[in-house]
Design a protein around this ligand. Structure first.
Ligand code: ADP
Ligand SMILES: N[C@@H](CCOP(=O)(O)O)C(=O)O
Length: 323
């Protein structure tokens, strides 16, 4: 028998943006950024009301297909909670959409976290699993869930250690993946700076530009750089420039974001650890106290915005709302 939520029950969720890949850590590494979307959910009378202010307000739907709402309803269903007859969902969006700052992952995390917190204590592992499965790559969503720097991987369906899978009678088939994450603190000298253009690129479009196969040498080179990057980000920021060299995805997507790659090339030539943020077109610079002034002295192309949001050391939080 599904549980029912009492009208008046509510929760406010705050979820950080993320930058994925960080160069060679394709689909694996993420860094949470202190730019937060806020979603307030209240169980009400008889209909769904969705209000949106801020980023994406002109574009996103106001019905059950809204990404936060869809994940919220799916999460409740998986947790054996009857979808309430009425819901008010108020979204205050700060994370730019389709720029490579993990807005869709943040929205999914917000929806699943709200469901989990309404059903009981917030279960971060469950949220990580569901959001990673929905996104199809766990790098952004894990950073939004746990904060800091995250290393995520996916267990195979047959792996006995797959852990937190949820099977409920009547629920849709569970995904055949289980997301695992290790969270690390970035070195305090690392200053993430994002350079955000005024043009959008859907992640799905950028993923479609990737080749189906990669050369063994490129894969081996990336494995080495990704391993080095963990050490550079956590303990030795002076190694960030070589550690952020990628051979698996950035060059392969150059045609999808030529201005982004031109900027990455220019910044790297100036000694800055610049990479494409996620699937672009934003550029992420992992600056340090020693080279921040160089970055600040460089001009940006017309229409680009420079932000230094800082690392979000905490991930998603859920705060109960008074009835
Ligand atoms: N806060 C949000 N609320 C509703 N939908 C969102 C939200 N954030 C992102 N989306 C959806 O996700 C799309 C962007 O996802 P995606 O292409 O993966 O880019 P990003 O790099 O920003 O995650 C938006 O066009 C919108 O459909
Ligand atoms: N690993 C993914 C990351 C996508 O990040 P987003 O912020 O652009 O959604 C990829 O590179 O495709």
């Amino acid at each position: 028998m599904p549980r029912r939520l009492v009208p008046g029950t509510g929760v406010r969720v705050e979820v950080p943006a993320s930058s994925a890949n960080l160069g060679p850590g394709f689909d694996t590494l993420g860094l949470a950024l202190e730019l937060r979307d806020t979603v307030a959910v209240q169980v009400t009378g008889d209909r769904l009301v969705v209000e949106v202010v801020g980023e994406g307000a002109e574009e996103v739907p106001r019905d059950a297909s809204h990404l936060v709402v869809a994940c919220l309803l799916e999460g409740l269903h998986r947790l054996g909670v009857e979808p309430p007859a009425g819901l008010k969902v108020v979204c205050r969006n700060v994370v730019p959409h389709s720029r490579g700052l993990g807005s869709s992952a943040a929205a999914a995390v917000a929806g699943y976290a709200a469901a989990s917190a309404l059903a009981g204590p917030l279960d971060l592992d469950l949220v990580n699993d569901l959001a990673g499965a929905r996104e199809g790559h766990p790098d952004n969503s894990s950073a939004s869930v746990f904060g800091g720097m995250t290393l995520s991987w996916v267990e195979d369906a047959g792996d006995v250690s797959r852990g937190r899978a949820v099977h409920l009678p009547g629920a849709p088939a569970r995904t055949d993946v289980s997301v695992r994450t290790v969270r690390l603190d970035a070195h305090p000298d690392v200053v993430p700076v994002v350079l955000v253009p005024d043009t959008a690129l859907a992640t799905a479009t950028a993923r479609a530009a990737l080749p189906a196969q990669v050369a063994h040498g490129d894969a081996a080179a990336n494995a080495g750089r990704a391993a080095l990057l963990v050490e550079a980000l956590a303990r030795r920021p002076e190694l960030l420039l070589p550690a952020t060299r990628d051979r698996l995805h950035q060059e392969q997507r150059r045609a999808a974001y030529p201005e982004t790659m031109a900027l990455v090339d220019r910044l790297r030539a100036a000694g800055l650890a610049a990479v494409v943020s996620g699937a672009g077109p934003t550029v992420l610079v992992l600056a340090t106290a020693t080279n921040l002034a160089v970055l600040q002295s460089l001009s940006l192309p017309e229409g680009w915005l420079r932000l230094a949001p800082g690392v979000a050391t905490t991930g998603v939080v859920a705060i109960p709302l008074p009835a």
